[in-house]
Design a protein around this ligand. Structure first.
Ligand code: HEM
Length: 372
């Protein structure tokens, strides 16, 4: 099978817009409530009609969340934590989704969610997250055994059918069967959003902060210290926004995306860094310039399945940067448009991984220690 790397912006857009190219297929038939099971059920790795339906569910959830509220909440939570921002975007998003789960559990799944690399820890974290998100369905008093998955989730009204086993069928799309999400539809949607958001948004913030401290401020001032941040003075501050727009173009947190030609099976690798610096599209493409404003970068994808959370991602990152770089930090309160920053802490940024009873604790989860 062939392998092609795309570096031109117009070619990248063409591939991303052509339904002939689909995401690489996921493994099928994973055990219930594991990472593989989750990956079989998310929008991200499906295609065709199944993808369209799953994506619509996600878009509905996102439409109910005001990015401006996310920005304020992310700023407030970062200020409340003395500038310690890691975990804040995911906690804020979780709170906004009405699904406050421990960030370390999301972290434990995030890498494998994208790469497909499975591990007992990731599987256990998926199980724990599903338990937390479907909590009221679980009957209390069951203790973990050699088979924590069965023990934790099997006690409810779940059946093999709910778990999507042997639904089979498929719609002829590559990497995509018609697995039902059963009673887990909502939990899978929330998990998809948190997992898609987590590493990419933190990567964006990290890259933007690196530019800020390297003196590449959007304002053009050399040096990233506070004396040069006078212009950073409000929630719509150009400095933070310009810094983020240009970081997205110049230093995308996800550097490649892949597709499979469903006709030939060839793999197509889209080099987002190269496309974002295509000299046919961007003047002086190698220069980091925070005054460019929004650009047609491909960091949020394009075509059939662009990131549906791009405005939310931008807002979460901007809120953290508002706090870190001074913009509007003095006006921080604890209640940002209904997202309560005090509850965000309780939502488990520093949590040991799993709240709740011992019966909800699959034996192999150690996310409390992994993120210290
Ligand atoms: C800087 C942060 C982010 C970046 C760079 C990013 C980028 C992307 C890209 C490139 C895709 C498409 C992947 C492909 O075409 O193969 C994608 C998909 C997705 N993103 Fe984001 N994302 C970010 C943050 C977020 C956030 C905060 C959310 C949710 C609030 C989110 C939700 C999603 C979802 C649900 C999908 C799957 C869409 C689908 O299956 O059709 N992302 N993201």
């Amino acid at each position: 099978m062939g392998h092609m790397v795309i570096t031109r912006h117009d070619e990248a857009v063409a591939v991303l817009s052509d339904p002939r190219y689909v995401p690489p297929p996921v493994r099928r038939g994973a055990a219930p409530y594991t990472l593989g099971w989750l990956r079989e059920r998310v929008s991200r790795f499906s295609s065709g009609q199944v993808h369209a339906e799953r994506r619509r569910t996600l878009a509905e959830r996102l439409a109910a969340i005001d990015p401006a509220a996310l920005r304020r909440a992310a700023r407030d939570a970062t200020v409340a934590r003395g500038g310690s921002w890691e975990g804040v975007p995911t906690a804020v998003l979780g709170a906004a989704l009405g699904a406050s789960v421990p960030v370390p559990l999301v972290e434990a799944v995030a890498a494998g969610y994208l790469s497909g690399e499975e591990s007992p820890d990731a599987d256990a974290a998926v199980t724990s997250l599903l338990s937390l998100l479907t909590g009221d369905r679980l009957s209390a008093g069951h203790h973990t055994t050699d088979h924590p998955v069965t023990c934790v989730l099997g006690a409810g009204r779940l059946s093999a059918e709910d778990a999507g086993q042997d639904h089979g069928g498929g719609d002829g799309d590559v990497g995509n069967g018609d697995v039902g999400n059963g009673d887990f539809g909502d939990a899978v949607a929330v998990l998809t959003l948190l997992l898609q958001a987590h590493a990419a948004t933190e990567g964006l913030i990290r890259n933007a902060l690196a530019h800020a401290s390297a003196g590449n401020r959007a304002t053009g001032h050399p040096g990233g210290d506070h004396r040069h941040q006078e212009s950073a003075s409000g929630p719509t501050d150009r400095g933070v926004d310009g810094l983020l727009h240009e970081t997205l173009r110049h230093d995308p947190p996800l550097q490649v995306t892949r597709r499979i030609d469903r006709v030939t099976g060839d793999e197509v690798v889209i080099d987002l860094v190269a496309a974002n610096r295509d000299p046919g599209v961007f003047a002086d493409p190698g220069r980091f310039d925070g005054s460019r404003g929004p650009t047609p970068h491909l960091t949020f994808g394009a075509g059939v399945r662009p990131c549906p959370g791009s405005a939310h991602a931008f807002a979460l990152a901007a809120g953290v940067l508002d706090a870190r770089l001074g913009a509007g930090a003095d006006t921080a309160g604890l209640d940002a448009a209904g997202i309560d920053a005090t509850r965000i802490d309780a939502a488990g940024i520093d949590a040991t991984g799993i709240g709740g009873s011992e019966s909800m604790r699959p034996g192999s989860v150690r996310s409390g220690s992994r993120d210290r």
